[in-house]
Ligand binder design. Sequence first.
Ligand code: SF4
Length: 579
Amino acid sequence: MTRLEATVEPLDTEWARLYLGGKGLLFRYLFEELAPGTDALAPENPLILASGPFAGTAAATCSRLAVGCKSPATGTLLDSYVGGSFAPELKYAGYDVVVVTGRAPHPVLVLIEDERVDFLPAEGRFWGLETAALEQKVREEMGPWHKVLSTGPAGENLVPFACLSTDQYHKAGRGGGGAVMGSKNLKAVVVRGTGAVAVGDAGAFARDMLALQNERILTADNAWTYEEGTPFLVDLVNAAGALPTRNWRSGQFEEAGSIDSAQLLKVRTKIRACTQCPLACRQVHQFGEHVSEGPEFETLGLCGANCGVGDLAAIAAFNRACDEVGLDTMSTGAVVALAMDLCEKGAADYGLAFGDTAAYLAAPGLIAAREGWGAELALGARDLAALKGRPELAPHIKGLELPAYDPRGTFGMGLSYATSDRGACHMRAFTAADDILGGEAPADSLEGKPQLVADQQDFSALAWTGVWCANMYLDTDFIGAHLRHLWGRDVTQEEMMTTGARIWNLGRLLNLREGFGRDQDRLPAILDVPHPDGAAAGKTVSAEALRAALDEYYRLRGWDEDGVPTEETLARLSLDVRL
Ligand code: SF4
């Protein structure tokens, strides 16, 4: 970006063999390109876009892009995922991975049209536009098939929880990728490809993919995706006492029935899909004159219950505002709820109050612009709570705000969050499925959870190479049926899980290199206070229980007691890097 130059190099086939694509390749490039200790907003922090090997093919749900860098929210590695249609277009243009380094001397938009790469001046033309307006302008000026991955005003202003946007409603939400794009004076990457993706024996591949679609994807187990989408979780998580309510004071929201999927279905107008996905989980709703996708479960939990807001139209408007300015709804909802709490406790005077939607609806715009009290909220929960002298009220791990599954109602998620590679994340090991959503594991115990968490993390690391979508039931049989075509032979379950473990351990090395070890694998103080009501009343994950679970987790992983992978573990996983 500094020299406004692009170079093209062949994919490192050894890296592709070891790390496949998506998350794995992203981590490998990040390990290579990121000098230890680099500031996340410095030009030297690479912003990496990595597709999976099946993007742009007949494989379903693989049209997803992995986006990564060092996170400005946490200082850890960041990998975040987005659907829509950008990743296939990147493949049609001929690229698997894009690595953006440096900082442009002035705002630009990078335009990739097959082998041609241009740097278009963005000042007065694209810079400053909200996400939907930007996409519309690009389509008008360049054509309807150009795909856009952009940062909004929040990212231009370096808000550490600014997201990246594509196809208007699709977000690589977590960890501040939008701020890293903004720090490079880069408004958007726009891509148009006219090529295709070769798949070897195309007939056999198409037959296998069709069979998987009929037998494994369009099944009763996955019907929830198009019937209700993620909002179906609201009632289940609330019943388990795990729905964060009023800055995590409770796990049960008395107005949950006003913001659940039954209410959303009343205003649903249609469903949409990412490219090449038969599940079409994207729920489109109409509130008054506004039609938009979402809110998803996490937004309903964190921008609804956690802010004491039971007004569905207000949550949808908050969601839209975040989408337009390019803010992660999860972190924004968490920060606004914290600010409401600070106001109630007399530690701040923002005019915010639980359940009051007036100032609440102004928050996304003020945060994105860093105006008025929005400038303080733009610090993120950890730094805002510290600024106000109430660090114990901040719901975060390693600087990333907690997702909408309260560990007091689902203990396994506590271990999952504490050991997640990018800070508090529910997408690495989703043990809530085992202890509150129909599984048989006890919700209020960490017994057996270290193995469950480690296995699920390894599996998710494998799945995010594809990049398969988490919104359907995945297993190694399903993934193996794809990899058979990639490697030209049958692939064992052990090979696949070893690949996942290799990627997870590479992520651990990256974080250790940035100074994150055992001391940071912990839960925030706000979770030490038991709920007064709900199904999880009186329960907390004790420090002793978490310590014992971490010991067991490290042992199972082949890490020492400080959480450092042993030489034997790295050799067993054929990891080709060392600290
Ligand atoms: S299930 Fe939903 S999010 Fe996942 S690929 Fe399909 S449409 Fe996209």
